[in-house]
Design a protein around this ligand. Structure first.
Ligand SMILES: [Zn+2]
Length: 317
C-alpha cells in the first residue's frame, strides 16, 4: 500500500502556496489509490499555535482536499524520544551550545542559503545523565560520506550533508524536537512511501536521508514541485502571509481558488472554476509545470504575474 502525506507547519493560516502543495499531494495520492495522511507539524513552541492547526484543517477541507488519517506531531513525542535513545546508544549525539553569531565567522553557506554548521563540537560528549539530562541543544553526528539520489522528477539531490549543512540539531535548547528528526521518524512511523513537497525543501533531503540511514529507516520516493512566489520589493520570495486563506475565502469560492491553482500548476490552460475531484481524472505529473509561478492577490482576485520580473527563488543544488 502506498502512503503519502501532507505535512504543513502550523505557523499561520494556509496561504495559496500551502493550498497548492496540498492539492498536488492529494492528486498524487488519490491518482495512485494511496493512503493520504495529514500531519500537522506543531513542535516549534515559538512559532506554532493550536488555532492555526485548526485553521489549516478548515482551509484544506474548504478547498476539497481530504485525508485518511490526521495526526498532530506533538502527540508523537514517544517515537521522537525513542529515536533520540537510539542515536545516543550509537554514540552519535553531542551537545552544542554555540551561538549563531559565534558560528557566523568563517562559516560556509549551505545549499539553501543558510549558514552551514562547521561541526565544531563533534568532540564533545553527552552529560552523564544522557540526552535527557542535557540542557544544551543536541546535534547528531552524520557520516562524512555523500548521499546520492534523484527525486522522481529527476532533480539531483546528491550532497554531502555533513559538510554542506553540517550536523543537524535534533533537540533544541527548549527541549523541542527539531524538524529533520521529527520528519524522518514520523514518515517512517506512518509507513510513508511518497513524499511530495515544494522545491524549497529539496536541499534538506540529503540530511533527512542520512538520518534515515542512521536510524535504519526506509527512504521514501521524493518528488519536489514548483513553488508559488510573490514580489517582495525588488525580489521574489516564497509566498507567505500576503494571501492567507482567510483573506482568499472572503472574496473567492473554493472552486475559483482550485481553478487558479490548477492553472498555476500547469494542469489547466485557464483558471476556470473546478474541484480537486474534477482534476483527478486526467492528473499526471507530466502535465504539471516545473517553473515557479509568481502570484499576486489584488482587489479580491488572484493573478499570475508574467515571468521575467527578476530575482527568482534560490534553486536547489
Ligand atoms: Zn558548538
Amino acid at each position: 500500500m502506498e502512503v503519502g502525506r501532507f505535512a504543513p507547519s502550523t505557523t499561520g493560516r494556509a496561504h495559496a502556496g500551502t493550498l497548492l502543495a496540498a492539492l498536488l499531494c492529494w492528486l498524487d495520492a488519490r491518482s495512485r489509490k494511496a493512503e493520504l495522511w495529514l500531519r500537522l507539524e506543531d513542535l516549534d513552541p515559538d512559532r506554532c499555535r493550536p488555532q492555526w492547526s485548526e485553521g489549516i484543517r478548515d482551509d484544506l477541507a474548504w478547498l476539497g482536499v481530504d485525508f485518511d488519517r490526521i495526526v498532530e506531531q506533538h502527540d508523537l513525542a514517544a517515537q521522537h524520544e525513542a529515536a533520540l535513545d537510539r542515536l545516543a546508544e550509537a554514540g552519535l549525539l553531542y551537545p552544542c551550545a554555540c551561538s549563531r553569531s559565534s558560528l557566523a565567522e568563517g562559516a560556509v553557506r549551505a545549499p539553501d542559503g543558510s549558514l552551514g554548521y562547521p561541526n565544531r563540537c563533534r568532540g564533545r560528549e553527552l552529560a552523564r545523565g544522557g540526552w535527557r539530562a542535557s540542557c544544551e541543544p543536541l546535534r547528531v553526528r552524520l557520516p562524512d560520506s555523500g548521499i546520492f539520489l534523484r527525486d522522481e522528477s529527476g532533480l539531483d539531490l546528491s550532497q554531502q550533508p555533513a559538510s554542506s549543512f553540517g550536523d543537524p540539531i535534533v533537540r533544541r535548547r527548549d527541549g523541542a524536537i527539531a524538524y529533520h528528526l521529527a520528519v524522518v521518524v514520523d514518515d517512517a512511523a506512518s509507513g510513508v512511501t511518497r513524499v511530495v513537497r515544494g522545491r524549497d525543501l529539496a536541499p534538506s533531503t540529503a540530511t533527512q536521508v542520512a538520518l534515515q540511514r542512521l536510524l535504519g529507516l526506509p527512504t521514501p520516493v521524493y518528488r519536489h514541485h514548483l513553488l508559488l512566489l510573490e514580489e517582495r520589493g525588488e525580489k521574489l520570495a516564497k509566498l507567505h502571509g500576503s494571501a492567507g486563506a482567510d483573506v482568499l475565502r472572503a472574496s473567492l469560492a473554493a472552486e475559483e481558488v482550485c481553478g487558479f491553482l490548477a492553472c498555476a500548476a500547469g494542469l489547466r490552460s485557464a483558471a476556470e472554476p473546478t474541484t480537486p475531484h474534477d482534476l483527478l481524472h486526467d492528473f499526471c505529473w507530466e502535465h504539471a509545470g516545473s517553473e515557479d509561478r509568481v502570484v499576486r492577490f489584488e482587489a479580491g482576485r488572484l493573478e499570475l504575474v508574467p515571468a521575467a520580473s527578476g530575482g527568482g527563488y534560490p534553486r536547489s543544488p
